[in-house]
Design a protein around this ligand. Structure first.
Ligand code: GLU
Length: 304
C-alpha cells in the first residue's frame, strides 16, 4: 500500500532530533503521526532534524527503533544538514523583502530585556530591531557574529489544531539564522514541511506554542501552512516530561526486560485506549481501530 503513493500525494511526517535514543513518549508520538497519515491516505515521511543537538549514531538507532515497531515510511529519509541551500534561499527571500535584521544580543541580554515590565512573556523584546546603521557597524566591529531575525508584522497568529481547536499564540521577531550561521529550527521546519509536500503535522504538544510562529512564517514565504495535531506527551510519575532517567523508557531498555517491540507496541496502544490488557496488536489492527476523536486528551503517565 504505502509504497505506491507518489510524490504528489500529501504527506504526514515524524521529524526527530537525533540527540539520543527515542523514548516511549517519542515512539508514541511517531505511532500517532503514522496513524494520522496512513488513515488519511497520506505518505509518511521521516526527517532527521540534525542541524543541532546531534549525538553520533543516534539517527540510525532512531530509524531502527521505528522500523522495529513496524512503522514504515515513504522514500528516503531526509537529513536537514544536507538541505542548507534550501534554507539559505528562503532566508534570502525574506531578506529581499526587507523582513530581516541582524541581532547582536546575547542570550543574557535578551533574558534581562524580556523580564522588563510589559514585555510579553517569551517574546524577543526587539532590542536590535531599529538600530541605526552606525549602531550596527559598532556592534559588528565588536566581533560578535549576529543572528538574523524576522521582522514580524504581528505579535500573534491563530492556527487550528485538529485535536485542540483554534489556538492563538505569540509571534515575535524569531531567529532565522543563528549567530553560528546555522538556520534556526522554526525556519527549517517551515521550509522542509512545504518542500516535502507535508500538509499534516502531528507532534508533541510541547510544540503547540511554536505553531503560530511557523504558520505565520509559512505565509510570509508564500507557503501553505499544514494542518496541525498536537498530541499529549508522556510524563513520568512526578508529572514531568518523560526522560531517559525515568526507567526502562527506550526500546533497548524494554528489550533488556524481555519485552519485544511487539510488546512495546501493545503498551503504546493501551496507552492510547486502543488495546486490551496483554493484547498483542498489529499496526494493521490499530489502523482499523483508529479514531482520532477517541484519543485520550490528557498526558500518558508512564509507570502508572
Ligand atoms: N525535531 C523536533 C523535536 O524532535 C520536532 C519538530 C517538529 O515536529 O516540528 O522536538
Amino acid at each position: 500500500m504505502p509504497n505506491e503513493l507518489d510524490a504528489a500525494t500529501p504527506a504526514g511526517r515524524f521529524a526527530p532530533s537525533p540527540s539520543g535514543d527515542l523514548h516511549l513518549g517519542n515512539l508514541r508520538t511517531a505511532l500517532l503521526a503514522w496513524l494520522f497519515a496512513r488513515s488519511t491516505g497520506r505518505r509518511f515521511l521521516l526527517r532527521v532534524e540534525d542541524l543541532d543537538r546531534v549525538r553520533a549514531g543516534a539517527a540510525d538507532r532512531q530509524l531502527a527503533d521505528l522500523a522495529a515497531l513496524g512503522l514504515d515510511w515513504d522514500g528516503d529519509v531526509v537529513y536537514q544538514s544536507e538541505r542548507l541551500p534550501l534554507y539559505d534561499a528562503a532566508i534570502a527571500r525574506l531578506q529581499r523583502a526587507g523582513l530581516t535584521y541582524e541581532c547582536f544580543c546575547t542570550r543574557r541580554e535578551i533574558q534581562q530585556a524580556a523580564s522588563a515590565p510589559h514585555a510579553p512573556a517569551g517574546a524577543y523584546p526587539g532590542t536590535c530591531r531599529n538600530l541605526t546603521e552606525a549602531q550596527r557597524d559598532d556592534r559588528r566591529a565588536s566581533g560578535r557574529a549576529p543572528a538574523l531575525r524576522l521582522r514580524a508584522g504581528t505579535d500573534k497568529f491563530t492556527v487550528t489544531d485538529q485535536l485542540l481547536g483554534p489556538y492563538t499564540g505569540l509571534v515575535d521577531d524569531l531567529v532565522l539564522r543563528r549567530g553560528d550561521g546555522i538556520p534556526a529550527y522554526n525556519l527549517a521546519v517551515v521550509v522542509d514541511d512545504a518542500a516535502q509536500g507535508i500538509d499534516q503535522v502531528v507532534r508533541g504538544d510541547d510544540l503547540l506554542s511554536s505553531a503560530p510562529r511557523q504558520a505565520y512564517l509559512a505565509g510570509l514565504l508564500g507557503l501553505p501552512a499544514p494542518t496541525y495535531a498536537h498530541v499529549p506527551l508522556a510524563l513520568n510519575a512526578d508529572g514531568k516530561r518523560l526522560a531517559k532517567r525515568d526507567g526502562a523508557v527506550t526500546l533497548a531498555d524494554q528489550a533488556a526486560l524481555g519485552h519485544s517491540p511487539a510488546d512495546v507496541l501493545g503498551m503504546l496502544a493501551r496507552s492510547l485506549g486502543m488495546a486490551d490488557p496483554d493484547e498483542i496488536v498489529t499496526l494493521a489492527q490499530l489502523l482499523e481501530r483508529w479514531d482520532p476523536r477517541a484519543l485520550p486528551t490528557g498526558p500518558w503517565v508512564f509507570g502508572s
